[in-house]
Design a protein around this ligand. Sequence first.
Ligand code: C2G
Length: 131
Amino acid sequence: MKRIITFGTFDVFHVGHVNILERAASFGDHLIVGVSSDKLNFSKKGRYPIYNQEDRCRIINSLRVVNEVFIEESLELKKEYIKHYKADTLVMGDDWAGRFDWVNDICDVIYLPRTPSVSTTEIIEVVKTLR
Ligand code: C2G
C-alpha cells in the first residue's frame, strides 16, 4: 500500500487542480492532501484566498481520488506532515521544482508538469473584467 501526499491552496477550484490530484493519486493507493491555511496563503501571497480554508477542505475532501485532508499551517512543517501521515511519496506541481528536495531523505519527491493556461490568479483577473 503506497501513500501519496501533496499540498496546495486549491483556491477557486479548477481543472488544473483536478489534473494534479488525479495524477498524484495514480502514483499510489492512498492520497493525502495538505490544504494551505488562509494564514499561510496570506503570508505567501499577501492576500487571503477567495474560498476560506474550511470550504477549500470540503471541496478537496469531496473528490473521489482523495482519501484524507488536513490543513497545512507552514511550509517548513513538510517533514512533520510526511511522517505523521506516513507518506511514501510527495507529489507537487513543477512550479515548485526543486523546492522540496530537502525532504527526500524521508520520502520520494516527484514534480509533475502544471496544466498550461489555467490558474486561480488568471480566473480572478478575468472575472474582474466582467460587468
Ligand atoms: N497546479 C497545476 N496546474 C495549474 C495550476 C496548479 O498543476 N494550472 C498545481 C500546482 O502545481 C500545485 C497544486 O496544483 O501542485 C495546487 O496549486 P496552488 O493552489 O496554486 O498551490 P500553492 O498555492 O502553490 O500551494 O506547500 C505547498 C503550497 O502550499 C502550494
